[in-house]
Design a protein around this ligand. Sequence first.
Ligand code: SAM
Length: 288
Amino acid sequence: MEKGVLYVVATPIGNLEDLSPRALKILSAVDFIIAEDTRHSRPLLRHFGIATPMTAMHEHNERQVMEHILQRLQGGESAALISDAGTPLISDPGFPLVRECHRHGIRVCPIPGPSAAICALSAGGMPTDRFLFEGFLPRTQSARRERLRRLKGERHTLVFYESSHRLPESLRDMAAELGAERPALMARELTKLHETLISGTLGKLLEQVEADPMQRKGEMVLLVGGAGDDAGSGQAAETKRILEILLQELPLKQAAALAARITGEKKNRLYRQALALRDGTDGAKPDT
Ligand code: SAM
């Protein structure tokens, strides 16, 4: 065991078998464990027969206890930082301590493992090449709406953590600000007995959550498709392409009529879109 190192150790988000052998070795060997809530972490340590002493560090005492922890690390002791579940610092305490360790030249060593966000992305069937982790949305509706409004044009998959009691309100606000047709997935109780993944659109998820109180229980991650990923956008792009081709060959009225026969969309809506395309204002407006 290397001395004077802060190990940042990921712990299970439900299934205890997800604790890695390396995490187990580190937790058993360090001089002390820094836990978010010692009462919460005790059963995990007991389950694995780990007797390492624990000290509490949470968002309310982080600054006070940090100085003492830094002194111990500088004095050559080694410590493991854990949170209640998953990876520390990911919507969990620890950031000031890790930053101060870097500033004081103390080695910080990650021991990777579960994180609900990555777990949901890995099985969610949504684009993962680029994603934006948003964590928890603000608690008040006005701040939440404002945050969502700023995310509306974001093209990456959006990742949110949500608490069960705010789930319906948040889904309602997401549908209102981002559009009910946005693809979405709710990953609930990951790695646990009642693990459930429900995919659809924000509107459909809201319907299901409102109809079935079970879907509001436990812990959940919400994935929301980025802008341009909504169910209708593929069709909208295709309609626009067809109209543009026809407009090169035919008068406006005929182009709109033919496009309506090809796509099955309403002739007068396509006529308005064709007008806008011809005038360079584009804008495929929804049906009125
Ligand atoms: N540090 C943790 C991580 O790496 O995922 C996250 C901690 S944050 C305080 C807790 C939130 O993570 C929950 O409200 C929920 O949104 C999500 N979460 C944690 N465990 C989960 C699980 N088993 N299934 C679904 N979401 C979970």
